[in-house]
Every structure is written in C-alpha cells, then in structure tokens.
Design a protein around this ligand. Structure first.
Ligand SMILES: [Zn+2]
Length: 844
C-alpha cells in the first residue's frame, strides 16, 4: 500500500505548490539529500581526529550547592558559574552562550518557586549538564506520592489503571531535550524562554497547567558542542547516535533523566531543515514499539505543533514537514534506537525530533551577515518555544489518555501480550508500509560457566541492560530451559516485563530490511547479543521456572586460577582483556605471546594479575606447558582515525598519537612509532616528497593496520599487501555473519561483525591470509545493504575476505579491515580484533 503514502505526499506537495510556490519543500520531499544529515558522512573517512586531550574547565564562581528541602519541589541548586567565554559560538547569533545559563537559572530560581535546577553530569571538557524542572511547588509528601504513582504505572500497571486518584492527580511528566547537536543552538534559547515565562506567569491557566504537569528540560545536552559550534560533543561523538551504546556522559545523563522522570511526551530540539520538521517519522518504524499507542498521539501532537508555528506569523513557518505524512519511506525513519526520541519511546514516551527551520551553522555561520544570522536565529527560537509550548499543551489536554496509554504499554509488557494489529487509516495515511512487528521471545539467558564465551563481556552486557532499566534476574540454582542446562548464577531476562521493547531492541538480532525501503537515514542493524562479545541464548516459548533474584549489578567475574609460582595465561577475547594486558605492560611486566595468541604473564606478576582481574573482571588461568613465546610489546600507535576509533584505542590502554596527511607534511616524526593505524584523513597522494620518504622508511620496520576505503587506498598506494579492495554501497550497513581463520586476528573472534560501507578483498596475493570471511551464504543478518549499480551486494561479498593480514615486501606486518570493529564505540565484542592486529604488527 505504498499508494496511500504517495497519495498523501502528492496532496501535500500539490497544496504547497499551489499555496506557497516560493518554497522548495516539494522538491525536498523527493530529494532526500536536501534534508538528510546522517552524521556518518564521508568525513568519517576523510578527516583524522586530532584528539586534543580533554582539559577540565574550572568554574570561576562557587560550587554546585543544593538548598534544603530536597525531596519536594522546588529542589534548587545554586549553580556554579563558568568563566565568560567571548569565543562562545552562540554569541554571534545573538543566542545564550553557555556561561550565561547558570547565572540566568540561578536568578530564575531566586525569583520563582516553580523553577528547580539540578546538575546531572559533566561533559568531557568539564562543563555541567543542567536539568531544569518547572512545576507548581510540591511538599515532600506530595512529591513522594508522585514517585509512588510513577512506579505503580511501570511496576503494577493493572493497579495503576484502577487508581482514580492517580488518574486525577498524577502530574504529567514532559521532557524537553535541547541542543544535543552543539551547532543546532536555538532549542536552548526557546526552552529558556518558556522556562522564564512559566516561572513568573500570573495567567491562571498556566498556573493551573503547572499543577498538573512537571516540565523537565535538559537545556543543553551538549555544552561543549554549543560553545565550539560543533555537531559532535567534546570527544567527537554524535550524541544523538549514542543511545543504547551510552559511551558518552551526555547520553548517559539523559538516559537517567528519562528513566527517573518517565515522561509521557518528549521533544528533542534540533535544526536546520529549511522547513520546520516535526516527527512522527517515515517507515520503517521500530519493530519493537507498541506503535498504536505511539502514533495516535505523535501524529496529533505534531499537527498541534505545526499549527502553533503557523500562528507565529513568520513567512518561513507557515507549515511543517511531518515525515510520516510528507516523506517517502526510508527518508526519515524511526528504525534504530540510537536517536533520543526513538530511545525514549521504549521508556514510555511519545518522542519527537523537532528541527527548527533556518540554517545558521556551517557555511551559513561564516558566510551570512550577522544581522541575517540573528534574524534567522530569532525565528528559530520562536519555533522552538512554540513547539515546546504546544507539546506541553497537548500533554495537558490529553493527560488522562496519555497516562492510560503509558500504563497500557507497560501492562502489555508484563502480560506478554502480542503487539496490536493496526488497521489502515488508524491515523490518516497509516497503511501496509507502516506495519513492523516482532514476536517477542519468552526469555533471554546469559549463561554463566563454560557456556559463556567471555565472562567480562557477559557482566558488561548485564550492567548495560540494568542501566537501561531492563529487568535482569540471577538464577539461584542450576536450571534447564529450551533444551539447555544452565549453572546457578546465569542471568535471565524474562520478557514479561514493562520495557520488553527495550530489552528486545538491545538483545534481538534485528532484521534485514534491505527490501523494504530504498534507503535509510542512519544505521539499520545493531545487536548487543551478536556484537558485544557475550553468549546470549534465546528461549522462544518456554519460561524459566528457576528461583531468581533481581540483579542490581553483575557479579564480579575476575579470577586468577592456578598455583602460585607458576606463569599465568590470559586470552585476548575482549577489550577488558586488552585493558588488563596494556595495564601490565604499563607497569613494566614482561609479557610474551604464544603462537595461539595466549598472553603469558610471569609468576612474579601474580599480585598485579589479581588486582587487574578485580578491576577488569578478566580471568587469568594457569599457563599451559610450552615454550615462552615471543615478547609482547605495548605498541606506540600513530593513528589517522575517526574520533570514535581514537577514543576506543585510548580506552583500551594503547598509547596513541593522532596523525594525518597534514601532520605528516608538517614533519610529524614516525621515530618511536610501532604501528600506523589508517582509516581517516591520510591520503598518500597528498603527502610531500619528504613525508613520503619518512613513511617509506617507517614501512621497513613498523606495522600497519587499516580500516575501510581510506585504509585500503593507503595500502594500494604504498604497495603493502597485494589485494584488490571491493566496496559495497556507501550507506550499506548492518550485522553480518563471518567465518574466522586461524590467524592472529581472526582466531577466537565472534561469528558476527559490523559493517558500514562494507569492503572486501579479492585476488589475495602470495603471503596474504584471510583472517575473516563473509559467510558463504546470506551474510547479512540485520541491516540495509542493497547492491549498487555494479552489484556488490551481500551476495557478491559472500565468501570473500573481510579482514586480511600479511607481511609486506618492505617489511611491514599489515592488517586490513573491511569491517567496522570500532564503529561509534559500539561493537564491544569486536574491539579485541583490532588490539590483536596492533600487537601482531608490532615488531621490535
Ligand atoms: Zn540535529
């Protein structure tokens, strides 16, 4: 029924074309590139991260000091004030610089008992993240009652649905997130305006609203980016791609806000799409949603926000693009849980991305006159404020129904009921192309004992699930489930639980949606079960009957076994193992590596091993008999890499110096470097003759590890390994099945990996080994990977080498990755592959 979608698009396009001939919206609707801003563009492979170490920013005045009476509202914190920064990029736009926020919020808190500010975290550069709550004052007893009701909704929805006082008196939580992309500023300014207005209003309707509503506002979710004028945060990560990875303090902070406040509705304020954009999104829709409960409110709320911006009176804000209504499938989808509003849906919120219209960043920021920029930012601020006000008004007007629907969401989870079939026209335009569903399994089991591939990986996954408010339980006794036997201490995720959608979106394999839509906005495949390194079993029908206890934190996994006075062994299976090895090397412990990859630790280092086993949860065992192996050195790495890769390499404990074409041309010395990592921003053809000759000298003694097309081009230009690199479609991505070779990188790797712009290697010359190959048949498990014009779909990659190694004629030990083992710091179970490549290619 694509007809219904195109029909509604054609109507809109016609209406706009007739009424507003000067606007370009119709063309945008057909040309995705006009508004697509996926954030994983070519720059990830062309710009090397400089990785300046984080400098902790000191506040100039005061410390964050909470006043008394913390249990009710207001619960105010006198915020510390940061130094005035005349370089703050918001200033040119006439918007609030970061340093102005704390003084303004302090003043508002002094003036109004409806405003509470709290500090919910710090950025990598040391700036405070603020949560502001606007609501009518509550006594501690009243606030406790609100907390009890919120918990009742999630934990006993049947009782919550029957509680008439709850229906009358539960204050509707709304969450506004602003400025998660640092160079999309005005959400902050619009939110601050709404906060200030509500703080001092004497309008009885607005005062009444605040008695029925708690408005929670993270006024800037990316202060480092706001000041610097960058989309990414201070560590170079796109925070709005980090949900369900939670690698960044900014995403962890708002995750906790979401869990603690359980909003009915949330808005994530962005920019700049030309025409204001308000979700709901196009298909494919996340298949783990209770989509019926979401779309009826999301669509109606979007229409209300569109009306509100239309009433602003600006010629640029007469209408909005609502992707669900106006765009083609795949053009602006809500499939992956990496975006804040999509992630919020799994916590019970009706989530919307809002994009304010008029571009003021990038080329416009430097190219437009200041007056024009400020005019645009003023319009954008009006749009942000209007959508926030309208979203809050919708919540208040539909408070009882929204509460009932959130209760229903959690009730279905506890009851294990199937998702609802949604009829055509359920909301205008809903049709076959909008139907995405799953059959939830009955339980997942994360085994303890020998069935577990990696104990630290299992513990990390359990802690991650718990941090995401997924219920995990620990078996007190051995048990059988779905034909398998599990030891006591195994973890059970019973899918009869309130946030089963979130549990499933984290643990399920996902789906190959290549045939469903022509393209996708961002990633289409992920799976903690397949990519995070732990063994996770699925029980489709059978419920566990063993006695279990709730898990607050995973059990410690670290251990040192084997007799004292005997060498110990560690296998580099997980990033945690790598961290332990690098920590031992940093302490000067002499390590060696056997040909099977086992790292041998001398008996004298037992004390350090015990300490590191506790710190990282890794397991040292008695070293098997055999030769000492070859000495293992901690490589000094020069990396022309993207920011996410740089961050992971450092987290693993490697010494990494950022490098790039420019740095080499400026005289970067390769003396003392053991391995060159190349994936982004190093182009051999652009090197000066001097840089080329230093590099050629390096390649006679140093190792090389590369990733992706930039790395493959470097390999070809330097003539290292004789292979032909073949590239799949640039936006193809997902989880693929692989077979591993017995070499230093492939041996012991998981049976799945992640690809983005997949690459493979053919015509393997003499001395080149395939460390890993795409599965011989149907390698794509989950994601979106269509053949490009010349083919190069999954069928062509099948059976081909995904990772290769060899020793170049010049001497360099070289590993080429066609996969994405470090992508956005997400696939934790793959990190050790890169570490093993770095150790292997280091020769001293
Ligand atoms: Zn954005």
């Amino acid at each position: 029924m694509a007809a219904s979608r195109s029909a509604r698009r054609v109507l809109v396009v016609l209406a706009v074309a007739l009424l507003l001939p000067s606007l370009t919206a119709p063309a945008q609707a057909r040309q995705p590139s006009a508004h697509r801003d996926p954030g994983n563009g070519a720059e990830r492979n062309t710009v090397a991260a400089t990785g300046a170490p984080a400098r902790a920013l000191a506040a100039v005045a005061g410390e964050n000091r909470r006043s008394g009476g913390q249990e009710g509202y207001p619960r105010q914190t006198r915020l510390r004030v940061f130094p005035e920064d005349p370089g703050d990029k918001a200033i040119k736009l006439g918007l609030l610089p970061y340093h102005a926020l704390a003084p303004k919020l302090n003043a508002l808190q002094q003036r109004s008992d409806r405003v509470s500010a709290e500090v919910i975290g710090q950025t990598t550069q040391g700036r405070d993240l603020y949560l502001v709550t606007v609501t009518a004052p509550e006594s501690p007893a009243q606030a406790r009652q609100q907390d009890r009701w919120r918990e009742l909704i999630e934990n006993n929805p049947v009782a919550a649905a029957r509680d008439p006082r709850l229906a009358r008196q539960y204050k509707a939580p709304v969450w506004i997130n602003a400025n998660i992309h640092g160079d999309e500023w005005e959400g902050t300014d619009g939110a601050m305006r709404v906060i200030a207005d509500l703080a001092t209003t004497t309008d009885p309707d607005e005062i009444g609203l605040l008695r029925r509503t708690r408005i929670h506002v993270t006024v800037t979710n990316n202060p480092d980016g706001r000041v610097a004028g960058t989309r990414a945060n201070g560590a170079g990560f796109d925070v709005n791609r980090d949900h369900i990875t939670s690698s960044q303090p900014e995403s962890r902070a708002v995750r906790d806000v979401l869990i603690d406040t359980q909003p009915l509705v949330m808005l994530d304020e962005h920019g700049y799409t030309g025409t204001t954009l308000i979700e709901p999104a196009t298909p494919p829709h996340g298949q783990n949603y209770e989509y019926d409960l979401y779309i009826k409110h999301a669509y109606a709320n979007a229409l209300g926000m569109e009306k509100a911006i239309g009433e602003l009176g600006h010629p640029e804000t007469t209408r909005a693009d609502i992707p669900f209504r106006d765009y083609a499938p795949g053009d602006w989808d809500d499939w992956p849980p990496i975006f804040t509003p999509m992630y919020a849906v799994y916590h019970g919120a009706v989530g919307h991305t809002v994009e304010v219209p008029l571009r003021v960043n990038r080329g416009e920021y430097t190219g437009q006159p200041v007056e024009e920029l400020r005019r645009r930012s003023a319009v954008n601020t009006d749009v942000a404020a209007a959508t926030i006000t309208a979203g809050v008004a919708y919540t208040d007007a539909h408070r009882r129904e929204l509460i009932a629907d959130q209760i229903e969401l959690f009730r279905r989870g506890w009851a294990g009921e199937p998702q609802r079939d949604i009829p055509d026209g359920y909301v205008p335009g809903f049709g076959e192309e909008d139907r995405y569903q799953v059959e939830f399994p009955r339980a997942y089991v994360i085994p303890a004992g020998t069935a577990q591939r990696s104990a630290p990986a299992a513990a990390r996954l359990v802690d991650h699930l718990v941090a995401n408010d997924v219920r995990v339980r620990r078996a007190e006794h051995p048990f059988r489930l779905a034909g398998r036997t599990y030891p006591a201490g195994s973890y059970v995720v019973d899918m009869h639980q309130p946030k089963r959608g979130l549990a499933n979106v984290i643990l399920a394999d996902g789906k190959d949606i290549s045939a469903d839509v022509p393209q996708m906005y961002d990633i289409s495949g992920w799976s903690h079960r397949l990519l995070w390194g732990a063994s996770v079993d699925i029980s489709h029908a059978e419920a566990p009957t063993v006695r279990t206890t709730p898990v607050v934190a995973a059990s410690p996994t670290g251990a040192v076994s084997g007799p004292a006075g005997h060498p110990l062994a560690l296998t580099l299976t997980d990033g945690k193992d790598v961290q332990a090895v690098n920590a031992l090397l940093a302490e000067g412990v002499p390590l060696s590596r056997r040909s099977d990859g086992t790292v041998v630790v001398p008996a004298v280092a037992r004390r350090q091993a015990i300490e590191l086993a506790q710190r990282y949860g890794v397991r040292f065992t008695r070293a098997p008999a055999g030769g000492p192996g070859t000495p293992l050195h901690g490589p000094v790495v020069a990396a022309a890499a993207s920011a996410d890769e740089l961050a992971v390499l450092r987290e693993l404990g490697f010494t990494v110096h950022p490098v790039s074409t420019q740095a080499l041309n400026d005289g970067f010395s390769l003396d003392g470097i053991d391995v060159l990592y190349v994936s982004s921003g190093l182009n051999h053809g652009q090197l000066t003759p001097d840089a080329k000759s230093r590099l050629a000298e390096f390649l006679t003694r140093g190792g090389v590890v590369t990733r992706g097309s930039t790395g493959a081009a470097f390999n070809a230009a330097t003539g290292l390994l004789p292979v032909t690199a073949v590239a799949g479609r640039g936006d193809a991505n997902g989880v693929v099945t692989v077979t591993n070779g017995a070499g230093p990188v492939g041996a012991g790797s998981p049976g799945h990996t992640f690809v983005y712009s997949p690459l493979w290697f053919t015509d393997l010359g003499a001395g080149v080994s395939a460390e890993q190959r795409y599965a011989a048949k149907d390698p794509l498990v989950a994601g979106h990977w269509l053949p490009s014009a010349g083919g190069n779909g999954p069928a062509q990659a099948a059976g081909e080498a995904a990772v290769v190694s060899g020793v170049a004629d010049a001497g360099a030990r070289t590993v080429l990755f066609g996969t994405e083992p470090l992508f956005r710091a997400h696939p934790k179970g793959l990190f050790a592959q890169v570490a093993r490549a770095l150790y292997w290619s280091t020769v001293r």
